[in-house]
Design a protein around this ligand. Structure first.
Ligand code: RB5
Length: 153
């Protein structure tokens, strides 16, 4: 967790499929003393994940958050939506290694998790790996620059 530059609140969002996982992650962040801004959803009623992905990712785009954590049933829909937003580099993870290295190598700024894929314990470990890792820059910067240039194609 020491690498987390986060002084800004982490932007949280979920649909109904990720709501319970979002709540577990919110508690975990609070236990760690990390601030979070919750962009919904706020219950288990059926809703549309793109609406909530957009709200949390806008906070990252606008600089009010450095990172978003997005939960839906699989994490996949959230990651697809997030990766359509300029400046967002989202990774759907169900393992800690990917979560760590998507920060270190891809400078990911959004972590997506599936509430129907991972339990709260594993999810919090994945969150820790993501927030605890720092982007390495160096040779990865050229690749991240090329990745971001694809936004204009
Ligand atoms: C909702 O049923 C489900 O489709 C959604 O949470 C997510 O898994 C989509 O990718």
């Amino acid at each position: 967790m020491s690498e987390t530059k986060n002084q800004k609140p982490i932007a949280l969002a979920a649909d109904h499929g990720g709501y319970e996982l979002k709540e577990a992650i919110k508690s975990h962040l609070a236990d760690l003393g990390l601030a979070a801004e919750d962009y919904g959803t706020f219950g288990t009623e059926s809703c549309d994940y793109p609406d909530f992905a957009a709200r949390a990712c806008k906070a990252v785009q606008q600089g009010s958050s450095d990172f978003a954590i997005l939960c839906c049933g699989t994490g996949v829909g959230m990651s697809m939506c997030a990766n359509k937003m300029h400046g967002i580099r989202a990774c759907c993870c169900s393992d800690s290694f990917s979560a760590e290295f998507t920060r270190r190598h891809n400078d990911a700024n959004a972590l997506c998790l599936g509430g129907r894929v991972v339990g709260p314990g594993l999810a919090c470990t994945i969150v820790d790996a993501f927030l605890g890792a720092a982007y390495e820059g160096g040779r990865h910067q050229r690749r991240v620059d090329k990745m971001m240039a694809l936004e204009n194609q």
